[in-house]
Design a protein around this ligand. Structure first.
Ligand SMILES: [Zn+2]
Length: 342
Protein backbone atom coordinates (compact mmCIF):
# COMPACT_ATOMS: atom_id res chain seq x y z
CA UNK A 1 0.00 0.00 0.00
CA UNK A 2 1.41 3.41 -0.94
CA UNK A 3 2.55 5.88 1.70
CA UNK A 4 0.93 9.33 1.70
CA UNK A 5 3.92 11.41 2.71
CA UNK A 6 3.41 14.87 4.23
CA UNK A 7 6.26 17.26 4.89
CA UNK A 8 4.87 19.65 7.51
CA UNK A 9 7.30 22.55 7.20
CA UNK A 10 8.70 24.17 4.06
CA UNK A 11 9.45 27.84 3.46
CA UNK A 12 8.92 29.74 0.23
CA UNK A 13 11.92 31.85 -0.80
CA UNK A 14 11.41 35.53 0.05
CA UNK A 15 13.47 38.58 0.91
CA UNK A 16 13.88 38.68 4.72
CA UNK A 17 13.78 42.37 5.65
CA UNK A 18 13.63 45.84 4.13
CA UNK A 19 16.60 48.21 4.32
CA UNK A 20 14.81 49.75 7.31
CA UNK A 21 14.75 46.41 9.17
CA UNK A 22 11.04 45.68 8.68
CA UNK A 23 9.72 42.34 7.42
CA UNK A 24 9.81 42.56 3.61
CA UNK A 25 6.39 42.40 1.95
CA UNK A 26 7.47 42.78 -1.66
CA UNK A 27 6.42 39.74 -3.71
CA UNK A 28 9.15 37.37 -4.81
CA UNK A 29 8.68 35.56 -8.11
CA UNK A 30 7.85 31.88 -7.55
CA UNK A 31 8.45 30.56 -11.09
CA UNK A 32 11.26 28.30 -9.83
CA UNK A 33 8.63 26.13 -8.12
CA UNK A 34 8.30 24.48 -11.56
CA UNK A 35 12.01 23.71 -11.99
CA UNK A 36 13.95 20.53 -11.34
CA UNK A 37 17.42 22.10 -11.64
CA UNK A 38 17.42 24.90 -9.09
CA UNK A 39 18.77 25.69 -5.64
CA UNK A 40 15.26 25.67 -4.25
CA UNK A 41 14.94 22.41 -2.29
CA UNK A 42 11.18 22.07 -2.59
CA UNK A 43 9.82 22.32 -6.13
CA UNK A 44 7.04 20.43 -7.88
CA UNK A 45 9.33 18.26 -10.03
CA UNK A 46 11.38 17.41 -6.92
CA UNK A 47 8.29 16.57 -4.88
CA UNK A 48 6.99 14.37 -7.70
CA UNK A 49 10.33 12.60 -8.04
CA UNK A 50 10.48 11.98 -4.29
CA UNK A 51 6.91 10.70 -4.02
CA UNK A 52 5.91 13.50 -1.66
CA UNK A 53 2.12 13.70 -1.47
CA UNK A 54 1.69 16.90 0.51
CA UNK A 55 3.63 19.85 1.87
CA UNK A 56 2.82 22.60 4.35
CA UNK A 57 4.08 25.88 2.85
CA UNK A 58 4.80 28.54 5.43
CA UNK A 59 4.11 32.24 5.21
CA UNK A 60 7.04 33.02 7.51
CA UNK A 61 7.65 36.40 9.10
CA UNK A 62 10.97 37.27 10.74
CA UNK A 63 10.54 38.81 14.16
CA UNK A 64 11.05 42.60 14.14
CA UNK A 65 9.95 45.53 16.29
CA UNK A 66 6.78 45.25 18.39
CA UNK A 67 5.42 48.58 17.18
CA UNK A 68 2.88 49.70 14.60
CA UNK A 69 5.38 49.85 11.72
CA UNK A 70 6.63 46.34 12.45
CA UNK A 71 3.17 44.86 12.86
CA UNK A 72 1.84 46.55 9.71
CA UNK A 73 4.78 45.31 7.64
CA UNK A 74 4.38 41.79 9.04
CA UNK A 75 0.66 41.74 8.22
CA UNK A 76 1.31 42.92 4.65
CA UNK A 77 4.05 40.34 4.26
CA UNK A 78 2.01 37.40 5.54
CA UNK A 79 -0.85 38.20 3.15
CA UNK A 80 1.51 38.78 0.21
CA UNK A 81 3.10 35.37 0.83
CA UNK A 82 -0.26 33.61 1.07
CA UNK A 83 -1.36 35.33 -2.16
CA UNK A 84 1.89 34.23 -3.83
CA UNK A 85 1.05 30.63 -2.87
CA UNK A 86 -2.43 30.97 -4.38
CA UNK A 87 -1.02 32.40 -7.60
CA UNK A 88 1.82 29.88 -7.81
CA UNK A 89 -0.34 26.91 -8.81
CA UNK A 90 -2.28 28.39 -11.77
CA UNK A 91 0.74 30.42 -12.94
CA UNK A 92 3.49 27.82 -12.74
CA UNK A 93 2.25 24.30 -11.95
CA UNK A 94 -1.37 24.03 -13.16
CA UNK A 95 -2.83 20.55 -12.88
CA UNK A 96 0.12 19.29 -10.85
CA UNK A 97 -0.59 20.79 -7.43
CA UNK A 98 -3.68 21.82 -5.48
CA UNK A 99 -3.95 24.24 -2.57
CA UNK A 100 -5.77 22.20 0.10
CA UNK A 101 -7.84 23.25 3.11
CA UNK A 102 -8.88 19.93 4.66
CA UNK A 103 -7.45 16.48 5.32
CA UNK A 104 -9.98 15.14 2.84
CA UNK A 105 -8.70 17.57 0.16
CA UNK A 106 -5.18 16.33 0.87
CA UNK A 107 -6.16 12.67 0.54
CA UNK A 108 -8.10 13.33 -2.69
CA UNK A 109 -5.29 15.38 -4.23
CA UNK A 110 -2.52 12.94 -3.36
CA UNK A 111 -4.74 10.07 -4.49
CA UNK A 112 -5.08 11.74 -7.89
CA UNK A 113 -1.29 11.91 -8.20
CA UNK A 114 -1.07 15.65 -7.59
CA UNK A 115 0.86 17.38 -4.81
CA UNK A 116 -1.27 18.85 -2.02
CA UNK A 117 -0.04 22.24 -0.80
CA UNK A 118 -1.26 23.29 2.64
CA UNK A 119 -0.86 27.00 3.48
CA UNK A 120 0.33 27.72 7.02
CA UNK A 121 1.81 30.66 8.89
CA UNK A 122 5.08 30.75 10.83
CA UNK A 123 5.13 33.39 13.59
CA UNK A 124 2.02 34.93 15.12
CA UNK A 125 3.66 38.38 14.90
CA UNK A 126 1.51 39.53 11.92
CA UNK A 127 -1.60 39.12 14.10
CA UNK A 128 -0.36 42.05 16.22
CA UNK A 129 -2.95 42.48 19.01
CA UNK A 130 -5.97 41.43 16.93
CA UNK A 131 -7.20 37.84 17.48
CA UNK A 132 -9.88 38.37 14.77
CA UNK A 133 -7.11 38.15 12.16
CA UNK A 134 -6.96 34.39 12.81
CA UNK A 135 -10.47 33.92 11.42
CA UNK A 136 -9.71 36.14 8.44
CA UNK A 137 -6.58 34.16 7.55
CA UNK A 138 -8.38 30.84 8.00
CA UNK A 139 -11.37 31.84 5.85
CA UNK A 140 -9.60 33.88 3.20
CA UNK A 141 -6.43 31.80 2.75
CA UNK A 142 -7.25 28.46 4.40
CA UNK A 143 -4.23 28.45 6.71
CA UNK A 144 -4.04 25.27 8.81
CA UNK A 145 -1.52 26.13 11.50
CA UNK A 146 0.16 29.12 13.09
CA UNK A 147 3.56 28.78 14.72
CA UNK A 148 3.05 30.95 17.81
CA UNK A 149 6.49 32.58 17.66
CA UNK A 150 9.66 32.65 15.61
CA UNK A 151 13.05 33.52 17.14
CA UNK A 152 12.16 36.35 19.53
CA UNK A 153 9.16 37.13 21.71
CA UNK A 154 6.05 38.62 20.15
CA UNK A 155 2.84 39.92 21.74
CA UNK A 156 1.44 36.38 22.01
CA UNK A 157 4.19 34.40 23.66
CA UNK A 158 7.80 33.85 24.63
CA UNK A 159 10.18 32.24 22.16
CA UNK A 160 12.75 29.47 22.79
CA UNK A 161 15.46 31.43 21.04
CA UNK A 162 16.07 35.07 21.93
CA UNK A 163 18.80 36.99 20.11
CA UNK A 164 18.62 40.04 22.38
CA UNK A 165 16.74 41.24 25.46
CA UNK A 166 15.30 39.29 28.39
CA UNK A 167 14.84 35.50 28.35
CA UNK A 168 11.11 35.95 28.98
CA UNK A 169 8.60 38.71 28.24
CA UNK A 170 5.34 37.07 29.38
CA UNK A 171 6.30 34.01 31.40
CA UNK A 172 4.97 31.87 28.53
CA UNK A 173 1.71 32.89 26.86
CA UNK A 174 0.30 36.40 27.26
CA UNK A 175 -3.43 36.92 27.88
CA UNK A 176 -3.63 37.86 24.18
CA UNK A 177 -1.82 34.64 23.24
CA UNK A 178 -4.42 32.62 25.15
CA UNK A 179 -7.21 34.45 23.33
CA UNK A 180 -5.53 33.80 19.98
CA UNK A 181 -5.31 30.07 20.75
CA UNK A 182 -9.06 30.11 21.40
CA UNK A 183 -9.60 31.69 17.97
CA UNK A 184 -7.27 29.13 16.37
CA UNK A 185 -9.27 26.29 17.95
CA UNK A 186 -12.55 27.77 16.69
CA UNK A 187 -11.26 28.08 13.13
CA UNK A 188 -9.53 24.71 12.84
CA UNK A 189 -6.07 26.28 12.86
CA UNK A 190 -3.54 24.05 14.66
CA UNK A 191 -1.37 25.49 17.44
CA UNK A 192 2.27 25.02 16.43
CA UNK A 193 4.71 25.17 19.35
CA UNK A 194 7.94 24.86 17.37
CA UNK A 195 10.06 27.95 18.23
CA UNK A 196 8.03 28.53 21.43
CA UNK A 197 9.70 28.58 24.85
CA UNK A 198 9.25 25.56 27.10
CA UNK A 199 6.82 27.45 29.30
CA UNK A 200 4.82 28.72 26.29
CA UNK A 201 4.59 25.18 24.95
CA UNK A 202 3.45 23.63 28.24
CA UNK A 203 0.82 26.38 28.71
CA UNK A 204 -0.40 25.96 25.13
CA UNK A 205 -0.99 22.26 25.83
CA UNK A 206 -3.27 23.28 28.74
CA UNK A 207 -5.07 26.13 26.95
CA UNK A 208 -5.75 24.56 23.54
CA UNK A 209 -8.83 22.36 23.16
CA UNK A 210 -7.18 20.71 20.14
CA UNK A 211 -3.91 18.80 20.64
CA UNK A 212 -0.90 21.00 19.89
CA UNK A 213 1.90 20.06 17.58
CA UNK A 214 5.47 20.95 16.85
CA UNK A 215 5.70 21.32 13.06
CA UNK A 216 9.53 21.21 12.94
CA UNK A 217 11.43 20.27 16.11
CA UNK A 218 13.65 17.44 17.36
CA UNK A 219 14.40 15.62 20.61
CA UNK A 220 16.31 17.41 23.39
CA UNK A 221 17.47 14.15 25.02
CA UNK A 222 19.45 13.36 21.85
CA UNK A 223 20.58 16.89 20.99
CA UNK A 224 20.54 19.66 23.59
CA UNK A 225 19.26 22.56 21.48
CA UNK A 226 16.69 25.12 22.75
CA UNK A 227 14.50 24.41 19.68
CA UNK A 228 14.09 20.76 20.70
CA UNK A 229 11.49 19.23 23.05
CA UNK A 230 12.64 17.59 26.28
CA UNK A 231 11.14 14.45 27.83
CA UNK A 232 8.66 16.40 29.96
CA UNK A 233 7.42 18.21 26.86
CA UNK A 234 7.11 14.95 24.93
CA UNK A 235 5.10 13.47 27.79
CA UNK A 236 2.81 16.54 27.81
CA UNK A 237 2.40 16.21 24.06
CA UNK A 238 1.38 12.57 24.46
CA UNK A 239 -1.11 13.39 27.23
CA UNK A 240 -2.75 15.99 24.96
CA UNK A 241 -2.81 13.71 21.92
CA UNK A 242 -0.35 15.92 20.05
CA UNK A 243 2.40 15.42 17.53
CA UNK A 244 6.08 16.23 17.05
CA UNK A 245 7.34 16.44 13.48
CA UNK A 246 11.05 15.60 13.60
CA UNK A 247 12.89 17.96 11.27
CA UNK A 248 15.84 17.67 8.88
CA UNK A 249 17.74 20.55 10.50
CA UNK A 250 21.24 19.18 11.04
CA UNK A 251 22.09 21.29 14.16
CA UNK A 252 18.89 20.08 15.89
CA UNK A 253 19.79 16.44 15.18
CA UNK A 254 23.38 16.33 16.31
CA UNK A 255 25.27 18.76 18.54
CA UNK A 256 27.59 20.92 16.48
CA UNK A 257 25.70 20.09 13.29
CA UNK A 258 26.31 17.40 10.70
CA UNK A 259 23.13 15.47 11.47
CA UNK A 260 22.12 12.97 8.78
CA UNK A 261 19.15 10.78 7.89
CA UNK A 262 20.52 8.19 10.35
CA UNK A 263 20.28 10.73 13.19
CA UNK A 264 16.82 11.76 11.97
CA UNK A 265 15.60 8.17 12.26
CA UNK A 266 17.13 7.95 15.76
CA UNK A 267 15.05 10.96 16.82
CA UNK A 268 11.90 9.38 15.35
CA UNK A 269 12.61 6.09 17.15
CA UNK A 270 13.22 7.92 20.44
CA UNK A 271 9.80 9.59 20.23
CA UNK A 272 8.16 6.26 19.36
CA UNK A 273 9.76 4.54 22.37
CA UNK A 274 8.93 7.39 24.73
CA UNK A 275 5.36 8.35 23.71
CA UNK A 276 4.23 6.10 20.87
CA UNK A 277 4.18 5.93 17.09
CA UNK A 278 0.96 7.96 16.83
CA UNK A 279 2.75 11.09 18.14
CA UNK A 280 5.55 11.56 15.61
CA UNK A 281 5.91 12.72 12.02
CA UNK A 282 8.35 14.23 9.52
CA UNK A 283 9.34 17.68 8.29
CA UNK A 284 12.24 19.09 6.29
CA UNK A 285 12.33 22.87 6.85
CA UNK A 286 13.49 23.02 3.22
CA UNK A 287 14.24 26.53 1.98
CA UNK A 288 14.35 27.66 5.61
CA UNK A 289 17.70 26.10 6.52
CA UNK A 290 16.68 22.42 6.49
CA UNK A 291 18.21 19.60 4.46
CA UNK A 292 20.80 17.01 5.44
CA UNK A 293 22.71 14.05 4.07
CA UNK A 294 20.08 11.53 3.01
CA UNK A 295 17.31 14.11 2.54
CA UNK A 296 18.84 17.06 0.71
CA UNK A 297 15.75 18.10 -1.18
CA UNK A 298 12.19 16.95 -1.91
CA UNK A 299 13.38 14.57 -4.65
CA UNK A 300 14.94 12.42 -1.88
CA UNK A 301 11.76 12.19 0.18
CA UNK A 302 11.34 8.49 -0.67
CA UNK A 303 14.49 7.84 1.42
CA UNK A 304 12.41 8.39 4.57
CA UNK A 305 9.96 5.49 4.38
CA UNK A 306 12.85 3.28 3.23
CA UNK A 307 14.99 4.30 6.22
CA UNK A 308 12.08 3.75 8.62
CA UNK A 309 11.53 0.29 7.16
CA UNK A 310 15.21 -0.55 7.64
CA UNK A 311 14.83 0.62 11.25
CA UNK A 312 12.17 -2.04 11.77
CA UNK A 313 8.88 -0.15 11.43
CA UNK A 314 6.02 -2.04 9.77
CA UNK A 315 3.82 -0.68 6.99
CA UNK A 316 1.14 0.83 9.19
CA UNK A 317 3.76 2.47 11.43
CA UNK A 318 5.53 3.96 8.41
CA UNK A 319 2.25 5.33 7.06
CA UNK A 320 1.44 6.82 10.48
CA UNK A 321 4.77 8.61 10.79
CA UNK A 322 4.99 9.76 7.17
CA UNK A 323 1.54 11.34 6.98
CA UNK A 324 -1.43 9.65 8.64
CA UNK A 325 -0.69 11.12 12.09
CA UNK A 326 -0.77 14.63 10.61
CA UNK A 327 -3.98 13.95 8.69
CA UNK A 328 -5.63 12.65 11.85
CA UNK A 329 -4.62 15.80 13.72
CA UNK A 330 -6.00 17.98 10.91
CA UNK A 331 -9.26 16.01 11.05
CA UNK A 332 -9.38 16.48 14.81
CA UNK A 333 -9.00 20.27 14.36
CA UNK A 334 -11.65 20.31 11.62
CA UNK A 335 -14.10 18.52 13.90
CA UNK A 336 -13.76 21.37 16.37
CA UNK A 337 -14.86 23.92 13.74
CA UNK A 338 -18.05 22.01 13.09
CA UNK A 339 -18.74 21.60 16.78
CA UNK A 340 -18.21 25.27 17.56
CA UNK A 341 -20.63 26.29 14.78
CA UNK A 342 -23.48 24.13 16.11
ZN1 LIG B 1 11.18 27.63 11.76
Amino acid sequence: MPVLMIDTHIDIPWEEKTAGGLPCWEKRDQADIALRETERRFTLPKAEAGGLGAACLAAYTPQASLDEAGHEAAWRRARAMLEAMEEMVPLHVPGRAVLCRTAQDVRRTAGAGQVALIPVMENGYPLADDPAKVGHLARRYGIRYITLTHNGHNLLADSAVVRQGPAEAHGGLSALGREVIGEMNRHGVLVDVSHASRRTMMQAVDVSTVPVFASHSCVRALCDHPRNLDDGQLDALKASGGLIQVTAMAPFLRRGGGGTLTDFVEHVLYVIRRIGVEHVGISSDFDGGGGMEGWQDASESHHLPAALERAGLDGSEIRAVCGENMLHLMERAEKEIVESQT
